[in-house]
Design a protein around this ligand. Structure first.
Ligand SMILES: Nc1ncnc2c1ncn2[C@@H]1O[C@H](COP(=O)(O)OP(=O)(O)OP(=O)(O)O)[C@@H](O)[C@H]1O
Ligand SMILES: [Mg+2]
Length: 290
């Protein structure tokens, strides 16, 4: 295990839903923890799907049932302190859980900082406060971790924008289907560029990650070729994620590595993905020199 120069916050992004953002975050965070990296998952999605999966993961490992969270994310944000929400999942892996009431975030931010359209004079000032709220809340926690991975809801919104603003790096993920690829491009061209150019966001793409790839699928191959041409082979994860039936059982069974099929999934897909990710961290100079 290598030492990080400083903690890194990462988000997985795409302007569209259902492309595998949460899947990537759940497996990657779990595997980074197994490899010894102190990892925190922040669920910024009010649907709370990642929260549910990670709580099942916790229950499996502790053989305890029905773990209850005692403070909601909205309450934590309101209090300006996320520490009381930190929930241990497995060794080296913690989570800040989401809850349905986090759907009130836009209203909360509007009440606190005001409302402005991009044509309004005070837009920049108000929007900057809104997009930076998560970065500020994570600041006092960040030093306790090597990696912080933020999960976001579909569609671009203050959820995604605040996650990207808080992140050192973004994994640009898409399903190898046209709509999903377009969603990735739109996110890059509209949201990410806007945050970097107009709000000085200190963030960058660490890699482009195609997901749910079907070998010999005509559309899959075409979309992948488009991505290679657009981003360059070196910017695309070496081990793209294939369509894997076993991945779909994670929401119900939790993330686990104790059965034949799970071990196989890790060996074939999750371990190469994690190695690839860590190589990319190395490439951007994220690790201390040995
Ligand atoms: N590589 C894969 N192979 C098979 N199924 C997959 C794969 N990746 C994701 N899925 C399935 O696709 C569905 C959507 O994935 P996921 O929830 O991770 O997407 P998402 O981008 O987080 O969605 P949302 O935008 O709604 O949060 C899930 O049912 C998941 O199990
Ligand atoms: Mg999701």
């Amino acid at each position: 295990m290598k030492r990080l120069k400083q903690p890194l916050t990462i988000t997985v992004a795409n302007g569209k839903g259902g492309v595998g953002k949460s899947t990537i975050i759940r497996f990657l965070s779990y595997n980074l923890a197994l490899k010894g990296y102190k990892t925190l998952v922040v669920d910024e999605d009010p649907q709370s799907n990642t929260t549910k999966t990670m709580l099942i993961t916790k229950e499996n490992h502790e053989e305890k049932e029905h773990y209850q969270i005692n403070k909601t994310l909205m309450a934590g944000v309101r209090d300006g302190d996320l520490k009381p929400l930190i929930t241990p999942i497995i060794d080296n892996l913690d989570m800040i859980p989401s809850h349905m009431d986090f759907k009130n975030l836009p209203t909360f931010l509007a009440k606190k900082y005001g409302i402005a359209e991009s044509i309004d004079k005070n837009y920049h000032q108000i929007e900057l406060k809104k997009v930076s709220f998560m970065r500020d809340l994570l600041e006092p926690i960040k030093q306790d971790y090597d990696f912080i991975l933020i999960d976001t809801p579909p569609t671009t919104s203050v959820y995604t924008r605040s996650a990207v603003y808080a992140s050192d790096y973004v994994i640009l993920a898409f399903q190898t289907q046209s709509d999903s690829y377009d969603g990735a491009l739109q996110f890059l061209e509209n949201d990410m560029s806007d945050l970097i150019e107009n709000f000085d966001a200190d963030t960058d793409i660490i890699g482009v990650l195609p997901n749910q790839f079907t070998y010999h699928g005509a559309i899959d191959e075409t979309v992948l070729a488009d991505a290679v041409e657009k981003f360059g082979q070196q910017n695309i994860f070496e081990h793209i994620i294939p369509f894997a039936k076993r991945i779909q059982s994670a929401p119900r069974l939790g993330i686990r590595k104790d059965t034949y099929w799970d071990k196989k999934l890790f060996k074939d897909v999750i371990d190469p993905l994690t190695e690839d990710f860590l190589n990319r961290v190395e490439k951007v100079g994220g690790f201390e020199d040995e």
